[in-house]
Write a protein that binds this ligand. Structure first.
Ligand code: SF4
Ligand code: F3S
Length: 362
């Protein structure tokens, strides 16, 4: 939807200026900026120039589009949608067929757009396993990325290959950054994407003209800079050695730590405990299930697919790194901090495992 006046558009949706400014302040907080950046964000969102968006949906389940459409944190997505011009999203746009493809071609020809990619890209047999409008996803991504200001890969499939890439990966699926090496690529993994993080990324891009600082997996630090384990509401129980040992046991009913039930929170970097889901209602661990590490590479095999791993009482396995194009690597310090955290975590996990084993033997 296009509107020449953001304020008018907000008012049509029943969103007051106070709510809009509050949203800008919340975004500043989500981006780990001082609250004073709220007014700068507001000015950027109110600028008359719109940034076009092309949203490609490829080899996926559409869960991230669903997450995007279900966004209901007051007006967040609506505000961003109003500032952006989503020229092409074949799943939700009114046009179809040739008209839809023409809209995309016109946006690509004009340049200066943000490319959002959802889903992995199959590369086997020249990419024939995902075709849209008679063209392969491989071809479409390469063309759209060439003229993009930046590329945002949403969901684990677009970021790291996700479920389509799980063994035996019959379509030889890859994530965006394995294909696009000449543009800034930001990964917003998760299964699905948390739309709050997409909104914040877009707000950052519109306000500062650049993608936010990333970790060595191309994920924004504001959303993936801390481990689930460090902000988890059950952490006190972990520290006290109070663990759920069977679904529905007393510890489970009391909200104790899910580590022994296979929780991957200690090796997963995501802001789920603080941002939460569904307007901040809850999140996986909050609702009683361990984290399955859906924001990490290879999560489907190491965290979710293998039912031994998902509920295994052994220490969580470390997720493997993925290859990363040079231009998306964040400052070395982030990697060093992550590495140190990983070593400390590894030692803590082994110590806890020993403690649990000795408890069981007693
Ligand atoms: Fe929370 Fe999981 Fe860490 Fe326990 S192991 S404190 S449930 S993140
Ligand atoms: Fe995913 Fe774990 Fe968050 S499963 S949604 S990263 S709590």
């Amino acid at each position: 939807m296009r509107s020449s006046n953001l304020e008018q558009s907000l008012s049509q949706r029943g969103i007051s200026r106070r709510e809009f400014l509050k949203f800008c302040t919340v975004m500043a907080g989500t981006l780990a900026l001082e609250s004073t950046f709220g007014s700068r964000i507001a000015r950027a969102l109110e600028a008359p120039k719109r940034t076009p968006v092309i949203w490609l949906e490829l080899q996926d389940c559409a869960g991230c589009s669903e997450s995007f459409l279900r966004a209901s944190r007051p007006s967040a997505a609506e505000v961003v949608l109003d500032v952006l011009s989503v020229d092409y999203h074949e799943t939700i746009m009114a046009a179809s067929g040739h008209l839809a493809e023409e809209a995309k071609a016109a946006t690509i020809a004009a340049g200066g757009y943000l490319l959002v990619v959802e889903g992995s890209i199959p590369t086997a047999d020249n990419g024939v396993y995902c075709t849209i409008g008679g063209r392969t996803a491989l071809d479409i991504v390469e063309e759209a990325a060439a003229g993009a200001l930046a590329v945002v890969a949403v969901g684990n499939c677009a970021a790291f290959g996700g479920i389509p890439k799980a063994d035996p990966n019959p379509t030889e699926a890859v994530g965006v950054m394995e294909l696009v090496t000449n543009k800034p690529v930001l990964n917003l993994p998760g299964c699905p994407l948390n739309v709050v993080n997409l909104t914040a990324t877009v707000v950052h891009f519109l306000t500062f003209g650049a993608l936010p600082e990333m970790d060595d997996l191309g994920r924004p630090l504001f959303a993936h800079g801390a481990r689930i384990h460090d902000n988890c509401e059950r952490r006190g129980h972990f520290d006290a050695g109070e663990f759920v040992r069977a679904w529905g046991d007393e510890g489970h009913r009391k909200g104790w730590c899910l580590y022994q039930m296979g929780c991957k929170g200690p090796v997963t970097y995501h802001n789920c405990p603080t941002v939460r889901w569904n307007e901040g209602t809850s999140w996986p661990v909050g609702s009683g299930h361990g984290c399955i590490g859906c924001s990490e590479p290879g999560f489907w095999e190491l965290g979710a697919y293998n039912t031994v791993e998902i509920f295994d009482a052994t220490p969580p396995v470390a997720f493997p790194p993925v290859e990363q194009p040079a231009q998306t690597i964040s400052p070395a310090s982030a990697g060093v901090i992550g590495g140190v955290a990983g070593v400390v975590l590894g030692a803590a996990a082994v110590a806890t495992a020993k403690q649990l084993k000795s408890e069981e033997e007693d």
